[in-house]
Design a protein around this ligand. Structure first.
Ligand code: NOJ
Length: 452
């Protein structure tokens, strides 16, 4: 698709929020500083052999010590908002009970650093770093976690709620439940259909509990959550293809969205998830409902599916890429900007979400730092083409109110370690030097922050 050269900030309206995103384990480092407890990602990374290059988040971008200068960059590039996540074990080292004052103080300072610079703080309460102490008690598979989560959200909301209005309860349940609990190549490294199903139901309940605590504690809270949207495609469109697509769509998408919308579990389209009934109790269908103020749509790629007569599954995800038709990122993902439009349209079609925000979108490419510059033209084209799709959605009446780039800076990309670079800002992980890439400068110009 041709890059849209006529894109203007004004096309998105004056009230549109422009932000950057990052997450605790991926940037903070300081993994055991000032009373923080270990998370499942600390344990997974230290366990060895499961992360490319043996990487860990022990130091990452050292955001724990550099949050002020990193937030200076957010302002310098012209963004209005910074999405970060809160590390549960930094606040409650054992997951419940004893609060770590130094951990809460850190997020207090991050919030103040944002506000002092005119940047809105957008925290996410859970971006995958569960306290290991709770994993030792069964983690997301243990229904008690709904109450543990409630306690954690209460502590954070009471401390930050006087200054933070915009909250996200979870980041991409699909990713940590499918990849961490069903496929096992993210923390906690579990491969079990039962754990995926139990965990999914408990996360869905925790979404609702988290939203209720925020509403009860924070005056005028704007409460949302984020979901990755992965549109499924098949080469053909036979009845078998449709059934295969529908099944995978439930397993990766709808199972995490629809219970909160009051639509229940779409078991008919995916017999594989029928076992989730075992974890549902009387009253859950009501308790799981949430009236979101907004949903954060996160889009990276479509998924190819092959219809396959696997019992109960009906189809399998295909790793095959079409190099002839699509550009491929450093993650091996096909670049298909119109998939972002499709993802927004799909959420809008539920007719129950007043506001959509793109809370993540971005790409990793092989960047090269040469003489103090990173000429990442492919990333600039990626953003332009995706923003053009957001503008198209707005033009078609889809209420998109913001867009957050993933990510402010290169960081720890989970099982892929530090190789894939997603940042608008390059990070030298030996020296912690930051260098704004051409894509960062492009945003600075687009957002009108280069005038002074
Ligand atoms: C989604 C996740 O929220 C984020 O942590 C990750 O780095 C990006 N996708 C890129 O894979």
């Amino acid at each position: 698709m041709a890059a849209m050269t006529d894109l203007q900030r004004g096309d998105f309206g004056d009230e549109f929020t422009w932000g950057v995103a990052h997450a605790s384990y991926q940037v903070e480092g300081a993994w055991d500083a000032d009373g923080k407890g270990p998370s499942i990602w600390d344990a997974f990374a230290h366990g060895g052999g499961r992360i490319r290059g043996g990487a860990t988040g022990d130091v990452a971008c050292d955001f724990y010590h550099r949050y002020e200068t990193d937030t200076d960059l957010v302002r310098e590039l012209g963004f209005d908002a910074q999405r970060f996540s809160i590390s549960w074990p930094r606040v409650l080292p054992d997951g419940v009970g004893r609060v770590n004052p130094a951990g809460l103080d850190f997020y207090d300072r991050v919030v103040d650093a944002c506000l002092e610079r005119g940047v809105q703080p957008w925290p996410t309460l859970y971006h995958w770093d569960l306290p290991q102490a709770l994993q030792d008690r069964g983690g997301w598979a243990n229904r008690s976690i709904v109450g543990w989560f409630e306690e954690y959200v209460q502590v954070v909301a009471e401390r930050l709620g006087d200054r933070v209005r915009d909250w996200m309860v979870f980041n991409e349940p699909c990713s940590f439940l499918v990849v961490g609990h069903l496929l096992g190549y993210h923390a906690p490294g579990v491969r079990s259909l039962r754990t995926y199903l139990a965990g999914t139901h408990h996360v869905n309940l925790a979404q609702a509990v988290g939203a209720r605590v925020l509403r009860a504690t924070v005056a005028d809270a704007n409460v949302g959550t984020t979901h990755i949207v992965t549109p499924m495609t098949t080469a053909g469109d036979t009845e078998r293809d449709r059934r295969a697509r529908a099944s995978l769509d439930v397993i990766a998408n709808r199972i995490f969205w629809e219970p909160n919308l009051g639509l229940g579990y779409p078991v008919d389209d995916a017999p594989l998830i029928a076992g989730i009934d075992r974890y549902r109790k009387a009253g859950d269908d009501e308790d799981v409902r949430v009236d979101w103020d907004f949903v954060g749509v996160q889009y990276y790629q479509r998924q190819r599916v092959l219809s396959w007569p696997v019992p109960k599954l009906r189809g399998i995800p295909l790793p095959r890429k079409d190099f002839r038709r699509y550009e491929i990122t450093a993650m091996g993902w096909e670049v298909q900007p119109d998939g972002l439009y499709e993802s927004l349209e799909r959420w809008h079609a539920y007719g129950r979400i007043p506001t959509l925000i793109v809370t993540e979108n971005g790409a990793a490419f092989p960047d090269h730092l040469v003489e103090g510059r990173v000429h990442d033209d492919r990333r600039i084209a990626f953003y332009r083409d995706h923003l053009a799709e957001v503008r198209r959605a707005l033009g078609d009446g889809i209420p998109v109110h913001g867009y957050f780039c993933w990510s402010l800076m290169d960081n720890f990309e989970w099982a892929e370690g530090y190789d894939p670079r997603f940042g608008l800002v390059h990070v030298d992980f030996d020296t912690q030097a930051r260098t704004v890439k051409d894509s960062g400068r492009w945003f600075q110009g687009f957002l009108g922050a280069d005038a002074t």
